[in-house]
Design a protein around this ligand. Sequence first.
Ligand code: FE
Length: 313
Amino acid sequence: MSSAFFTVRGAFAEALIQTPAQTEGPYYPDHLPLDQDNDLLIINDSITPAVGQIAWVSGRVLDASGSPIRGAVVEIWQADDHGAYIHSRSPIANRDVNFQGYGKFETASSGEYLFRTVKPGLYPGRTRHVHMIVNVPGRSKLTTQLYVQGEPQNNSDGVLSGIRDAAAKSSVVVPWTAIESSQIGELAARFDIVLGLTPEDAPAGPKPTIAKRSAVVNAAAFQQGVAPGAWISIFGDNLAASTRTWNAADIVDGKLPASLDGVSVTIDNKPAAIQFISPTQIKTPTPNTGSQRSTLLSTCVLFVSRPSRSFTC
Ligand code: FE
């Protein structure tokens, strides 16, 4: 009976709390250390470790459904025991030169990451915290911060208080507990990082489709078929989410925009400049194909791409 109960519970596992994004802050190292491994306590093969209470910070990088993410690159940077960063404008000047201050770790299939560091020191205006960036190829990166449960300054910290959702806020405040077997008072902190939906994962909505018969016409005359160098209109459905013409801000270094609001078109595998987008029409000057092509363009040489949606025939 009880095992059946737990089976059912597993099926209705609690929804994971997405790790909230937080500011990167001003102290991402402006000169990265040569040693960027996951042991911040020792720089290269120095025999002098950093000063401070040693802490093992570990956890898993998970997707929204709780599956571990392989190949996630986790970066951390933090103040040393005195509150100083590896930064030329560090709020505390007297830096511990034996503290690496920054580290990187790439997850394997378990999604686990691990750092050896020190409990972050305090500097004016903030509670103790560790900065983190998680980069997964093909996803938008997450920038966040990790906190120490029980710190009196947590209640008055502006960045932490800025997380409005209570569950999301408490998810970034974890216990840093003493490791019982440690003779030197090491701490361990577990922090699972849950990534949310990304543009690639987002509900796709309707795919763009190019109208079969009137797909490509001369933009001026609305006649089917178009010669190289002419303007063309592409008709269809769901071609774009917005309606607008290019403006001065879209033209950078004298180059016409290759996309407007994330909508792009290729013709014969060559990117076309985008002059106008709407859900049902895109206008573009045809790219210079360099050929003497005089046949009609068809939908089969067109590729319309929107964020997370694309069409080809
Ligand atoms: Fe900071």
